[in-house]
Design a protein around this ligand. Structure first.
Ligand SMILES: *[C@@H]1O[C@H](CO)[C@@H](O)[C@H](O)[C@H]1NC(C)=O
Ligand SMILES: *[C@@H]1O[C@H](CO)[C@@H](O)[C@H](O)[C@H]1NC(C)=O
Ligand SMILES: *[C@@H]1O[C@H](CO)[C@@H](O)[C@H](O)[C@H]1NC(C)=O
Length: 456
């Protein structure tokens, strides 16, 4: 008996410790840790040397020297000395007002359950003191701080959010990368000496629970060695049980392999997908990095954001909402307002968002701008109808729900009773809302009705 038990334990731990092979078949079979689907909202943070010019976008260097854009070339000629280089911007990445606890509190207040900080963008500058990015990192040049480490510590000390990192596989101008590219990606010097050591360093030092990979599209996953890294990440890394990854691990991988699917930027397909997905989008319509030249109308309004968010969640996605902090380390008040408005809305309506699943219908069959979510309890199923428009005459006439004699309806954040009648022919539901004004309604912008005892 004892021998049998020992054998069993050994076998079990063997199976457990060698779970995933470095193949997509094996890696794709890993169940996504459940915290991620429950979380629904994350905050993306694009911060780096590109936050210094803060003009056009985080692709500034490329737009200046890679594939020059006249507006950028002109701007540099007019405003900087002739021998100024992109590297010279790094000293001006000062971050003097960066208080990581302040950011952590603000992100938590938005209702987000995770954040994804850019650790390194395509410019190659690392926001942590990487051993593999000599002098082109935030400890050596610019802030003289470990930005990744400081934010990770603040998020863990002050909030319940998960801490995640974005990382770019390729670097536009890294000579070693360009060499590999020149060889048709037969050489892997860049991957061996830069990309992979960096990724292992990040995971071991900061234990991120999201790895948001990017910059993969010029070369296949075999060049990047992605499946070997992921097998290590899922089998042996300090975050093996809780980490989630995205799908940008080599050309052709996006929307096909990896953890959750991001497909294209601002992906919001409008219908349920077979695989868990994320809508990575920006509050500034035109840029991920901060832009000093942005106008008010360039920022999505809270109504725009909620339209994106609610349709995303209803179709089974998460939304990763991006802010671009300034080079001096503050998040500008317009971003802050949007973050706090999301939180204000979620504090009233979060019950219909967090931990929900798609229902049989995503939007209503009759009324425009109504989205559904669902939560299955042990005994009953709650269906949530989220309205992006206040109905005429305080009467909501929905087409999709099929009521029963046990149906109950309530409005989130509103304590009084809400009455209803079945729609014509027993299909649909008419919900009579008490007259509410902006002062008396639970929250502006969008309203949630919770229905129990439906037949569908
Ligand atoms: C960061 O920079 C300081 C000052 O140059 C140096 O003493 C320290 O070793 C660096 N830290 C790391 C982790 O490289
Ligand atoms: C790819 O990963 C494997 C397993 O970790 C390692 O042995 C190999 O050296 C890596 N190759 C490159 C180019 O990084
Ligand atoms: C619901 O969504 C579908 C798919 O996007 C769309 O074709 C349809 O018009 C929407 N229904 C209403 C009532 O808006």
């Amino acid at each position: 008996m004892a021998t049998y038990l020992v054998c069993f334990v050994l076998l079990f731990s063997f199976v457990n410790s060698l779970k995933y092979d470095p193949t997509w078949d094996s890696l794709d079979a890993r169940p996504l840790p459940s915290w991620y689907d429950d979380a629904k909202l994350g905050i993306f943070i694009h911060w780096g040397v590109f936050s210094v010019p803060a003009f056009s976008s985080e692709w500034f260097w490329w737009q200046w020297k890679g594939k020059p854009m006249p507006a950028i070339v002109d701007y540099m000629q007019k405003n900087y000395r002739p021998d100024f280089t992109y590297a010279d911007f790094a000293a001006m990445f000062t971050t003097e007002f960066f208080v990581p606890e302040e950011w952590a509190e603000m992100f938590q207040d938005s209702g987000a359950k995770y954040i994804v900080l850019v650790s390194k963008h395509h410019e190659g500058y690392t926001n942590w003191p990487s051993k593999y990015s000599f002098n082109w990192n935030s400890n050596a040049t610019g802030p003289n701080r470990d930005l990744v480490g400081e934010l990770a510590a603040a998020v863990r000390a002050k909030t319940q959010m998960k801490f995640g990192l974005y990382h770019s596989l390729f670097e536009w101008f890294n000579p070693r990368y360009l060499d590999d590219k020149e060889s048709g990606f037969k050489k892997q010097d860049f991957v061996r000496t830069k990309t992979m050591p960096e990724l292992y360093e990040l995971v071991n030092a900061y234990k991120p629970e999201v790895i948001w990979s990017d910059g993969d599209w010029e070369a296949a996953d075999a060049y990047w060695n992605s499946t070997n890294f992921l097998a290590w990440l899922y089998n042996e890394s300090p975050v093996k049980d809780t980490v989630v990854t995205n799908d940008r691990w080599g050309s052709g991988c996006s929307c096909k392999h990896g953890g959750f699917y991001t497909c294209s930027d601002r992906y919001n397909p409008g219908k349920v997908q077979k695989h868990k997905w994320e809508n990575a989008m920006t509050i500034d319509k035109y840029s991920w990095g901060y832009r000093r030249n942005a106008r008010l109308e360039d920022y999505l309004t809270i109504e725009d954001l909620l339209t994106q968010f609610i349709s995303t969640v209803s179709c089974g996605g998460n939304m990763l909402m991006n802010v671009g902090p300034t080079k001096y380390g503050k998040i500008s008040p317009i971003y802050e307002e949007r973050l706090r408005q999301m939180g204000q809305w979620l504090r009233v309506n979060g019950d219909g968002i967090y931990g929900t699943k798609p229902w049989v219908h995503q939007n209503d069959t009759v009324v425009k701008n109504v989205w559904y979510t669902m939560k299955k309890g042990a005994t009953e199923t709650d269906v949530y109808a989220i309205l992006l428009e206040w109905p005429d005459n305080n009467l909501v006439k929905l087409g999709a729900p099929i009521t029963s004699k046990d149906t109950t309806v309530s409005m989130l954040g509103y304590p009084e009773k809400v009455t209803w009648t079945a729609g014509a022919g027993g299909k649909g539901i008419n919900i009579q809302i008490p007259p509410l004004s902006v002062e008396t309604m639970p929250c502006e912008w969008a309203w949630t009705f919770k229905m129990t005892g439906l037949q569908n």
